[in-house]
Design a protein around this ligand. Structure first.
Ligand code: 5GP
Ligand code: MG
Length: 180
């Protein structure tokens, strides 16, 4: 069985989401942004963040795929399901992402959205694994930096499990040799 080591507590995440909400509220004052959450990982973050945003807004979700069962990005991203119904053109779009790792997923999504001609396009990511970046992507609102380790919880899964954990945890294999 895998072991879980806490990286960020529920309370640390809660205060970070609050800080991001304040930054976004300040920058989008008088606007009516369309938040686009990346399923499934960003669903908990989206739910917590949007309730702290004191402005008119709408939400959409997009489902992308790159990891499958593995812990390493396959590098191939696709829109599994275009769930977008609201028009993107001329809207202020704020992409809500749980974890940015290689950047491949976000880079793909931003390209896809840019072609739909939004008025503005920004990114809010709760967790950043900057050391793992392969494609540079702009993150306008950044929550917490995460080391180069596979994490679960607060929306992030391993094999569809652990999304419901309230904090963020490193998933460690048991019997893993020390220093490996
Ligand atoms: P990227 O394309 O930036 O490599 O990967 C982004 C996606 O991979 C995120 O949306 C997230 O779902 C998933 N991901 C990246 N790193 C991790 C991780 O450490 N744990 C989990 N559970 N998912 C991750
Ligand atoms: Mg996954």
């Amino acid at each position: 069985m895998p072991q879980l080591r806490v990286l960020f507590t529920q309370e640390e995440i809660r205060s970070t989401v609050g800080r991001l909400a304040r930054e976004i509220s300040r920058d989008y004052e008088g606007k009516n942004p369309l938040l686009i959450g990346v399923l499934k990982g960003a669903v908990i973050f989206m739910a917590d963040l949007m309730r702290l945003l004191d402005m008119p807004l709408e939400v959409e979700f997009v489902r992308l795929s790159s990891y499958g069962r593995g812990k390493v990005s396959s590098g191939k991203v696709r829109v599994v399901r275009g769930l977008l119904r609201l028009p993107i053109k001329d809207r202020d779009i704020l992409v809500i992402e749980g974890i940015v790792d290689t950047g491949i997923t976000l880079d793909f999504l931003l390209g896809w959205l840019r072609r739909k001609r939004p008025a503005s396009l920004r990114v809010c990511a709760l967790f950043d694994k900057a050391m793992c970046r392969k494609v540079s992507v702009p993150i306008d609102y950044l929550g917490l930096s995460v080391p180069n380790e596979f994490v679960v919880g607060y929306g992030a899964d391993w094999d569809e499990k652990f999304r419901n954990l309230p904090g963020l945890y490193v998933l460690e294999e048991e019997n893993q040799p020390q220093g490996a």
